[in-house]
Write a protein that binds this ligand. Structure first.
Ligand code: FMN
Length: 193
């Protein structure tokens, strides 16, 4: 049985550099057999500050329904986010807050991109939030230090093999959890807590 592991990207900043990491993850994830993926960019989604949750939204714009359907059929997620002021962007929090059931009992692989600390504080903050929406943050994580110099369009600026190895290992772990939880959800008919 195949897995659907979409990538959720965290920022709409005009000069954003972390998108390079998200695109590199997309490339590596696309190579994995039996895995379907897609990059969701908040620039293409109509989620601003939360005024009502997705199911309370009357006459929701078309992309909302399509996004919810994609999240519902997902088996797990990779989150790629920059670190802003020791946290993650509000854009990402708003995206999470608009939905709920779609995240439940699914694994989240967290990737941070930042300056000196590589986004580790954004990752730590996200671990709490992912728990809050009923998801399961996997133990492994990837922190990209000085993303503006270590990544260019097309991927890492040096040691590409090393980055590919680390990322593939991380994605392999996410896949393990996604498969285990997919089996468990199927076994009990896909109930939510
Ligand atoms: C508002 C703002 C706050 C930031 N705060 C941090 C921070 O706390 N820690 C860090 O490592 N980098 C920080 N950075 C640097 C970003 O991590 C850096 O811009 C990096 O390129 C990733 O973000 P980007 O995808 O928006 O470019 C900050 C950047 C911005 C725009």
């Amino acid at each position: 049985m195949g897995l659907y592991l979409p990538i959720l990207y965290g920022t709409v900043r005009t000069e954003r550099k972390s998108i390079r990491v998200a695109e590199f993850v997309l490339e590596r994830l696309s190579h994995r057999p039996d895995v379907e993926t897609r990059l969701f960019d908040p620039r293409d989604l109509p989620f601003g500050n939360l005024t009502h949750r997705e199911w309370e939204w009357k006459d929701a714009p078309g992309p909302v329904g399509a996004f919810v359907a994609e999240m519902a059929r997902a088996d797990g997620f990779v989150v790629v986010t920059p670190e802003y002021n020791r946290g993650y962007p509000g854009t990402l929090k708003n995206l999470f807050d608009h939905l709920y059931d779609e995240w439940g009992r699914k694994p989240f692989g967290l990737i941070g991109a930042g300056g000196m600390y590589g986004g580790v504080r954004a990752i730590e903050a996200l671990r709490v939030v992912v728990g809050g929406i009923g998801g399961i943050p996997i133990p492994s994580e990837i922190a990209v230090i000085q993303v503006g110099t270590n990544f260019a369009e097309g991927g890492p600026t040096s040691d590409r093999e090393g980055w590919e190895r680390r990322l593939d290992q991380f994605l392999g772990e996410l896949e393990w959890y996604a498969r285990a939880l997919q089996n468990a959800r199927r076994a009990d008919g896909g109930s939510t807590p």
